[in-house]
Design a protein around this ligand. Structure first.
Ligand code: COA
Length: 186
């Protein structure tokens, strides 16, 4: 069974470790063009994942949740999921998710976590969710399709706020490197 709990500041550093130093990180880092020398420092990670993701002070900008699994009565933090809205037009938000290691992938946990966060953002009156996996990350693409996301052509001005189009429309994987996916909540 999967639950989401609101992440707290103490969760931030382990989320960083899970992202850049777990057994799937080599694969993800390579997709992002990162090498041992260019993996972001924890200080840099904190610039992207500012305090408000972990203390709830700006829910209109974004929030992180820890994915908690309960198995045979034992609870365990197994990943992190977030929505981010500061860079997007009204009623649009973007999801990001990673589990803590490969052993936890492929069991449906990520998809269940997405569906739970979909419910939360629906309750906050969002109308659309976007997500942008690498085109080489089939596991992620499959999961997002199962959660209801569909592939769309990206027209940046239909999603990004003025001032953020140039910075974000390319995505994390360079031109043409990602699959732009949308879940419409209306
Ligand atoms: C992306 C992620 C959150 C998805 O969560 P998950 O719990 O693994 O997702 P699910 O188990 O529901 O679905 C994954 C699907 O991919 C399949 N799969 C597993 N390994 C695969 C592979 N190497 N190639 C293709 N498909 C694969 C699984 O069988 C499953 O499909 P199925 O339900 O039809 O059997 C999780 O895999 C993850 O954290 N991956 C590493 C970090 C990452 O890539 N994050 C996303 C960045 S955009």
């Amino acid at each position: 069974m999967i639950e989401l709990r609101e992440a707290i500041i103490e969760d931030r550093e382990k989320a960083y470790q899970w992202l850049y130093y777990s057994d799937f990180s080599k694969f993800l880092n390579r997709l992002e063009g990162l090498t041992g020398e260019t993996i972001p420092s924890y200080e840099k990670f904190k610039e992207d994942y500012q305090d408000y993701y972990f203390n709830g002070s700006h829910p209109e900008k974004g929030r992180c949740y820890i994915i908690v699994s309960t198995k045979n009565g034992k609870r365990e933090d197994i990943g992190i999921i977030s929505y981010t809205s500061f860079h997007l037009l009204e009623k649009i938000t973007e999801f990001d998710i990673w589990l803590k290691s490969l052993a936890y992938t492929g069991h449906g946990y990520g998809t269940q976590a997405i569906l739970k966060l979909v419910k939360i953002v629906k309750g906050r009156s969002y109308a659309k969710i976007i997500i942008r996996p690498s085109k080489h990350n089939q596991m992620a693409i499959k999961s997002y399709k199962k959660a209801g996301f569909v592939e769309k052509e990206l027209k940046p001005w239909e999603y990004y706020r003025e001032g953020y189009v140039d910075k974000f429309s390319e995505g994390d994987y360079g031109p043409g490197g990602d699959v732009f996916m949308v879940l419409s909540l209306l």
